[in-house]
Design a protein around this ligand. Sequence first.
Ligand SMILES: [Ca+2]
Ligand SMILES: [Ca+2]
Length: 421
Amino acid sequence: MSEISNPLSSTASVLIDKAKTVTANYVLQHKIVFGQSGAYELPHPDTILAIDGVNYDVGKLPASFWYDNGSDHTFYYEKSLVVTANKKAYVWTSTTGLSTAQSESITVSSSGNITGNYKTQYYLTVTSTHGTPNPSSGWIDSGTSIAASIDSPISGPTGTLYVCAGWRGKGSVPTSGSNTSTTFQLNTPSTLAWNWNTQYYLTVSSDPLGLINVPAEGWCDQSANVTLTAPAVTDYDFDHWTIDGASQGKGADPVVVTMSAAHTATAHYVRVSPTLQSCDSSGIEKNAFDLRQGEAVYVKGSGFSPSTTHTIHVVNTVVWVEGMDIPPRIANTSTTVMSDSSGKIGQTAVWDAPLTLGDYDIIVDVNMNGKYDQGIDVLDVEQNAFSVIPEFSMSLSLLMLMLAVLLSASCVKRTKTLRRA
Ligand SMILES: [Ca+2]
Ligand SMILES: [Ca+2]
């Protein structure tokens, strides 16, 4: 009817001047209610939902609309809403009601609800100067049980080691701990900081190599002061320490190494001159062997090359001259003696009874060239290594001495008599 100025308005003016028919036309509409659950913090300035291109924040929900039956409408729920950067967020999990989609275009055919459901996530900040923490920083669902850990130790540059010294925590993470793992349930924004110590390797060796075993060798905490004491070594004298090649002074022991970096400490030793002695079967030095007691001649020594068979000669005593041939061995004397792992020659029989009266020398021909080499070969510490003497020789000597005294006394008497004459 041309008389109705706005046919889409529910009110109209009609002049009743004759019989007229006015028809009001209705359409079927459905009420759709858009809402959300789980995104609690209100109001929220960010858009959570777009309906037909119009944005709605959390404070504007739920929002109701009457839609014509059969009309099409679009909606879009935001996937993630960050409440506070790196602290708290809401994440879309599902849509319930007339749709299950996060975003959809629907054709309206009934009334109902469309609800976007959200879960809360918190940000776990994980820091570590070394290694690969598990988990690393990231968003984690509220209420998640977390077993956090880190591998330790971690190798650094040569001679450097990083050792986890535990953690400090804030929020849901325990305040602190000293090991490499912790468990907690995440219910708030949290931080987990792994702490590390640096260690440096201290190498302790000896010169000659392998002479000592110093327990201080190993990884040391940064800046630790390590005291090194040179152990006593059989047949060697300690001389000095070097640290990274620099001498710490002759005889200086113990020394302290500050572990500001990896270091190498070396204890330098000087070999003690080897010695050789005639002795009895108990190893007691003996330089006179009694012919008639059936004694055997033993030798003992120290300072020789360890675990070595050495050539030995028992010879008639001579004046030793550099480079001279070693005199022939006495018959039935040993040709070799053995040193043990520390260079010692334990008492070893070199001449079994019967012995022969005389004065003898003993020499170890260290370089086995059959010649006497001063400073290389080793002679018995005595000028005459040992003597083989007859039984009662001491009383015989005493008798000789007394005779000599008597004789000289008579000589003096005779001299005095002559002067008087
Ligand atoms: Ca020699
Ligand atoms: Ca001797």
